[in-house]
Structure formats: C-alpha cells, structure tokens
Design a binder for this molecule. Sequence first.
Ligand code: AP5
Ligand code: MG
Length: 192
Amino acid sequence: MLNVIIFGAPGTGKGTQSENIIKKYKLVHLSTGDILREEMRAESQIGLAAKKFIDDGQLVPDGVIIDLLFDRAAKHKDIQGYIFDGFPRTTVQAEKLDETVERDGAPISLVLYLDVSEEELFKRIMYRSQHSGRCDDTADVVRKRIEVYKHQTYPLLDYYRKQGKLKTINGMGTIEEVFEEIEEVIDSYLGV
Ligand code: AP5
Ligand code: MG
C-alpha cells in the first residue's frame, strides 16, 4: 500500500496534483473538501451543518470530518492506496488517521508538502473564483482560510517531520514541473 498525504495551504494545488497522482499511481483520492461539497449539493444533514463553517472559512468539527472520511474510505476494497487531500488538518485528525492506518497495517508512506507563497496562492484562488462556484472563494473568506491554515494546520508539519515522512515540494512552478518533483519523491520511495 502507498498511502500519501498531500499537504498545503488553500490553493497550493493539492486537488490538481492529486489528479495527476491517482492517474499514475492508481491511488484512491479522498478529498474532504470535495466530499463536503458533495454533501452540500445533496443538502444532506452533514452538508447543511458543514456549510456554516465552510462559508465562514472555518474548519468543520473534527468528529464530523473523521466519521465522514472513514465512512468514504471503507467503501473502497482491494486498492493500492489512498491519497489524502485536505485531511488531516488538526492534530486530532492526524492522530486518528495514524491510529486507523496503522491498525490496518498500512501506515502513511509520505507527506508531500506543497510550498507556495501566500501571494501566489491568493492569486490562484482569486483566478479560480471566476468559474469555481465555490462559496468560500471570496477574498475575505480566502484570507480567513489562510489564517485558519496557519494556526491549526501548518503546525502539523512538525508532527510529520518528526516521523521522517515529510517531503517538501516546490509548489511555485508550473503544474507539470510540480508533478515532476512529486514523481521523483514517490518513485524514490518506491525504489523505482
Ligand atoms: P478544501 O476543499 O480542502 O480547500 P483548501 O484546502 O482551502 O484548498 P483548495 O481546494 O482551495 O486548493 P487546492 O490546494 O486543492 O488547490 P487546487 O488544486 O484547487 O477545503 C474547503 C473547506 O472545507 C475548508 O475551508 C473547511 O471548511 C472544510 N474542510 C475540508 N477538509 C477539512 C478537514 N479535514 N477538517 C475540517 N474542515 C475541513 O488549485 C487552486 C487553483 O490553482 C486552481 O484553479 C488550479 O487550476 C490552480 N493551480 C494549481 N496548481 C497550479 C500551478 N502549479 N500553477 C498555477 N496554477 C495552479
Ligand atoms: Mg482542493
């Protein structure tokens, strides 16, 4: 099993690079942001409850997101691994993820940290906002998401650095350049 976390601030390219990674390495993409947006479109109870947090740029409570993620993960059988995108975002989530994957005998292999300047990610999201239809892609909410990332999520880098799993990727290049760097890291992990 190859279990990869793609980590980074809002707009760093986690979703974009996950698409490239699943094509090449045949992993299952678990994006908590995408799952929450599906739930919101379906107007499910979870979706309606999560919307209040998402619209405000805040994190959805750990209990809700953890249940949702593991519920989705359980639907996939006989797979080569997962790419976790947008999860974990808090220490509680990271510890729960470790506990679960280690119990299943498939610990996290790598954490790919997409390093992008704040100016660039703001520019990317503002550009995307013209067609994304995402309610959280407004300038004020994006600023809030970045602040929430800095306070609640960025500290997790240390958690994974201590485990020796953290790989920093220069996320400032073109989509192709960033993916080439990711391929190098994954291939070297796989020994190919
Ligand atoms: P989520 O959906 O995870 O959003 P995010 O982390 O804010 O990140 P984005 O999806 O906006 O960006 P991305 O890094 O995927 O970049 P992308 O590839 O799209 O979360 C949304 C909300 O849900 C949260 O705020 C929270 O409320 C809630 N939530 C989700 N997970 C949660 C959790 N675990 N716990 C609690 N709450 C949770 O790229 C961005 C743009 O840039 C695109 O237009 C793309 O085409 C472009 N682009 C990508 N790469 C490049 C490049 N190299 N050069 C130029 N442009 C590029
Ligand atoms: Mg995304």
